[in-house]
Write a protein that binds this ligand. Structure first.
Ligand code: ATP
Ligand code: MG
Length: 593
């Protein structure tokens, strides 16, 4: 999917001056802990460096958008202050897998589409954890030499069991007291491919009785005879996340390493590794610090890459970019704008305690963004034929409507009024309920109702016809030729109902896809639930709708408000020139509740 390079630069937060991360950064700047400086090579290092470090093992989702807006948004704001700031883009590709390239590309696309980039001071700050494999290896040897790491030859199961649990201290490995020389030799042999996967691992020597299990001699390297998509077969040992992450941060001079709360228990290890390397003269202050925030949980959807992958693989959805998916490619195809996602992230803010955000907050942000910028159009989604009895079959009257009610400068669109029209089936009732001001037929000696055909004429219902099943087949009416909208005297007609319509002869018949929440349950994967049990069978409905004729030229990814219905986007994947297909992005009101 192409990247939209014309997007304005993100204008993120000042809306939220008091979020706790800003307070931390402000006080770190005030205390002088982080300052703008130059490194040995003479390059500028801004005071504040954040990073966004996804693992390229899936498509990014709306939860990642929160992290992107936060990290890039903070950098954008603080870049204007003395000392400066930037956000690094880092693909955390320590785990060798096959599909990484497709995922990596989509990640970079997603970040750019959201309106961010990793350029600062004329340089691209796009990094890969795999770029650091040499350094990481070098640091591992240093830790071994200083007695802070050892090669363990227990099985994976034994290592797991001997870690103990919350109530019970771990059991030290029988290999824990190998000498540095022996460890070094074994580690080098691991690197040189002398051993099969799983025969040995490298562990830090911290404390097997530590109350935090993460600190019980964590594994930092394992043998995996797997090709890496960037480093090929150079390595058959790969560093683990906890070791890689903090070192990558330090190598990039990150100041604030912002991640989600599930990493809170890993923070002592993050600090332990960096301090150990500081003592060994590798790093100097100021070291990066990890700060945790609450992940985004959104109702009626999922924010777990693994489960999203399952939906794709089991064909519960039509791919990663299915407009029902919470992936960035999915919500983009659904019609979301980058501005609406940034607005959403601004509104939900950042907190330290987990909570759920209602899907309606996301939808509200889209409505608020599109209201001012989506041109209006007419679409009849559930068509019912209306025959204007006093209009000649070949005749037509040109009507027009503004492209946008608040942008007269956008001009007007024209569409013909003819004898046969399509109206919404719901705008007619044979027996009107109380308060129904739209079309209904004469009842007894009462005439039929009068309504205005929006941007057209006032009509009066004269009758209707049923089909063999007793369903209304078509409605009849007569129109008042002197009632045309915008003409002098048209206001003399006082009507309560106002309905939309298109000429049956001129309408564009188009495929429209109506989307609803993917899950019926607001929390489909909480507790013991199996999310697959809560898939909404009505999450996608495909209809043929009748659109005003000008829509034939609608371009891919252009967004419209179909009056009285909601916001729709021209599908980027399946539309053809002259044959647009529309996705409903969001209704006009929150109809779910
Ligand atoms: P996995 O489930 O594979 O661990 P992940 O969802 O944690 O993946 P990463 O690629 O590791 O994905 O995430 C990149 C960054 O996005 C991390 O800093 C992570 O904390 C953040 N992130 C992931 N999910 C959310 C979420 N729901 N809300 C906010 N931030 C998130
Ligand atoms: Mg992760």
């Amino acid at each position: 999917m192409a990247i939209d390079s014309k997007l304005p630069k993100a204008t993120t937060p000042p809306a939220e001056p008091s979020n706790f991360l800003r307070q931390i950064i402000d006080s770190d700047l005030a205390s002088g802990r982080y300052q703008g400086r130059t490194n040995r090579a003479g390059a500028n290092i801004p005071a504040i460096i954040t990073r966004f470090p996804p693992e390229p093992n899936g498509y990014l989702h709306i939860g990642h958008a929160k992290s992107i807006c936060l990290n890039f948004g903070l950098a954008a704001d603080y870049s204007l202050l003395p000392g400066g700031a930037r956000c690094n883009m880092r693909l955390d590709d320590t785990n060798p897998t096959k599909e990484d390239v497709e995922y990596a590309d989509s990640i970079l696309d997603a970040v750019q589409w959201l309106g961010f980039n990793w350029n600062a001071q004329g340089k691209e700050h796009l990094y890969h954890a795999s770029d650091y494999f040499d350094r990481l290896y070098e640091f591992a040897e240093l830790l071994i030499e200083s007695g802070k790491a050892y090669v363990d030859s227990q099985s994976a199961d034994a290592i797991h069991t001997n870690r103990g649990n919350f109530n019970q201290a771990g059991t030290p490995s029988p290999f824990r007291d190998r000498s540095p020389a022996e460890n070094l030799q074994l580690f080098r042999e691991m690197r040189d491919g002398k051993f099969a996967d799983g025969m040995h691992v490298l562990r830090l020597k911290i404390d097997m009785a530590h109350p935090n299990i993460v600190m019980r001699d964590p594994v930092i390297y394992r043998i995996r005879h797997v090709e890496h998509h960037r480093t090929g077969n150079t390595w058959c040992i790969y560093p683990l996340y906890d070791f890689t992450h903090c070192i990558s941060d330090a190598l990039e001079n990150v100041s604030h390493s912002i991640c989600t709360l599930e990493f809170e228990n890993n923070r002592p290890l993050y600090d332990w590794i960096l301090n150990a390397l500081k003592e060994l003269g590798v790093f100097t202050e100021p070291l990066p610090h990890q700060h945790e925030f609450a992940r985004l949980n959104l109702t009626h959807t999922l924010t777990s890459k693994r489960k999203l992958l399952q939906l794709v693989e089991e064909k519960k959805v039509d791919g990663w970019d299915d407009p029902r998916m919470p992936t960035i490619v999915g919500i983009r195809r659904r019609g979301y704008t980058p501005e609406s996602i940034r607005l959403f992230c601004e509104r939900i803010g950042v907190a330290k305690a987990d909570s759920w955000i209602d899907m309606s907050t996301l939808e509200g942000a889209l409505r608020d963004d599109l209201d001012a910028k989506a041109p209006r159009a007419i679409a009849v989604l559930k068509p019912l034929k209306l025959v204007i009895e006093n209009m000649d079959p070949g005749a037509s009257e040109i009507c027009s409507a503004p492209r946008h009610p608040h942008h007269p400068d956008w001009g007007r669109r024209e569409f013909p009024f003819t004898r046969e029209l399509w109206i919404e089936a719901d705008d007619f009732m044979v027996e009107p309920v109380k308060g129904f001001f739209r079309l209904y037929p004469p009842i007894g000696d009462q005439p039929g109702s009068r309504v205005r055909l929006r941007y057209g004429f006032v009509i009066e219902c004269t009758g209707f016809e049923l089909d063999a099943n007793g369903e209304v087949k078509q409605v009849h009416a007569r129109y008042f030729p002197d009632s045309k909208s915008g003409t002098p005297g048209s206001d003399n007609y006082k009507v309560k109902g106002n309905i939309h319509w298109v000429s049956a002869q001129h309408a564009l018949a188009a495929e429209v896809r109506l989307y609803e929440h993917l899950f019926t349950d607001p929390h489909p994967d909480s507790g013991e639930k199996n999310f697959l049990d809560y898939l909404n069978p009505h999450s996608k409905e495909v209809i043929t709708a009748y659109l005003e004729p000008s829509m034939v030229d609608a371009l891919a990814e252009s967004r419209f408000q179909f009056e009285r219905h909601g916001y729709f986007v021209v599908d980027t994947v399946d539309s053809k020139p002259g044959k647009p297909i529309f996705n409903r992005a969001v209704g006009l009101k929150d109809s779910w509740k």
